[in-house]
Design a protein around this ligand. Sequence first.
Ligand SMILES: [Zn+2]
Length: 291
Amino acid sequence: MRRSAFVCLMLAVAAALAAQAPASKATPPKALRLYVLDCGLLNISREGVERYHVTTAEVGETRMPVPCFLVAHPKGTLMWDVGVIPDDDVEKAAAGGARYDVNPTAAAVVSRTLRSQLAAIGYRPADITYVAISHAHKDHTANLNQFAGATWLTPRAEREFMWKPNNERVEPRFFSALEKSKWVPLDKDEYDVFGDGAAIIKAAPGHTPGHQVLVLKLAKTGKVMVAGDLYHYPPEREFHRAPPDNEFSVQQSAASRARIEEYLKATKASIWIEHEWAANAKLRKAPQYYE
Ligand SMILES: [Zn+2]
């Protein structure tokens, strides 16, 4: 009798745990993997496009995708950029998706939650080891609160920027829980996330005080730089246009672009401009991945 009662109890515990966990929990991969997740899109007005010193004719497609990225490494996971509308708001939204005006020139639409896409590949936000954002603007930070249990990798300057009073470029309700998170201040040019050179966070300030990019050494794909908002539209890069006037520091942005271009040349890394529509459309999306 006692034995069957114990078995019943264990079954009940297992059922309760299974209810919280994704369908099947991911096991750490043998080599680095990069998952690209769909965190919505931005409709940009003409004025919004011209901020980047390009015309609507030059860019063709004016919309911008909002991707999120999960890096899975044998020693842990890194979430990079976390969307423009919090999952809770997306779940409550009517058909057609949740909407949010980032500013008067950029209107976001999101129809899939980040957590449902993570669950489909075996991860819960609570399982993630590290979280980092390219920068703290509203379209990269919406789900940060879900990753408050991860170790946050951020430059001190960006953290200060986030809690600066009356900063209209950020949305404090997106990241209030991170104030108490364990964090590592990134104060050098490069930070090696897993200690083996597979995932490097590299400083590229200017767009914000602590803007940064992610460089991944993928065994089959090669070196990829996930470049945050170093550029938004490819013609900015192609035609060497000056950074937008509303950068935190135009001068610093221009210097970061020059330095990163040198780095790309020297390392033969390919650059992924996060908001580039055509390139994003061609990327493999989770549950597929790059390795
Ligand atoms: Zn952005």
